[in-house]
Design a binder for this molecule. Sequence first.
Ligand code: SF4
Ligand code: SF4
Ligand code: SF4
Length: 232
Amino acid sequence: MKINGKTAEFIRIGAAALVFLAMGLAFSGFSFCAAIWLPKLQFAPALLASAAAFSAGALFAVSVTALLTFCFGRFYCAFFCPLGILQDVIAYLSRREGKGLPNCRRIRYGIAGVAVGMVLAGWSLPFLLLDPYSNFGRIAGSFTIGGLLPLLVIAFLAVWKKRIYCTAICPVGTVLGLLARHGLFQLHLTEQCVKCGQCVKVCPSGCIDPAAGTIDNERCVRCLSCLAVFMP
Ligand code: SF4
Ligand code: SF4
Ligand code: SF4
């Protein structure tokens, strides 16, 4: 069976919706199968757990995500991260069209460098303030100012420029982006591109540049939305 772009996008949205629901329920205190094991697959807590004390399960989760990202790109950001999925929901509701954005490498690497450096120096608060898992937990798990503040920041950024948090701020996205940048299977524009710009409008990462004929795989979150335009 041949899967076209729209079907692929539909499958991605369905899978992301299930993860989002399960993670939301997990942070709201429900314990069922997915709510127990899904949080264990989240990259940042697994990475911190493997760094703090040897944990075979956490190391396995980090290694699998890193390997799959190196092979196929930042699919984790489209399928498994609840904060990324929340940004998609907010951006969809805002109905804003995407635009091409520059790759702010210096900002991204600087933020990740400071956050990771402070963790290594024994102060994890800056990292936890930026960590997508912790932030989603604050948003989903409490109806207090501690949950409202990150929600407002994420909502503002998502309405402003869709996944700008994922492509310029999130330290987890920066690490995964480095793996994807040098990864095995990359997305490219073909010579058939007539530079109509339709794919740019649906791209949440602003990483398609038809004029240059490129897709920036470091920032692409593999949401598959452009496939629905390329191969409807
Ligand atoms: S970049 Fe960070 S916040 Fe965005 S989807 Fe990836 S892990 Fe989540
Ligand atoms: S949708 Fe994108 S890839 Fe396709 S022709 Fe238009 S600009 Fe080129
Ligand atoms: S290039 Fe395509 S798959 Fe990558 S983020 Fe943009 S729309 Fe999604």
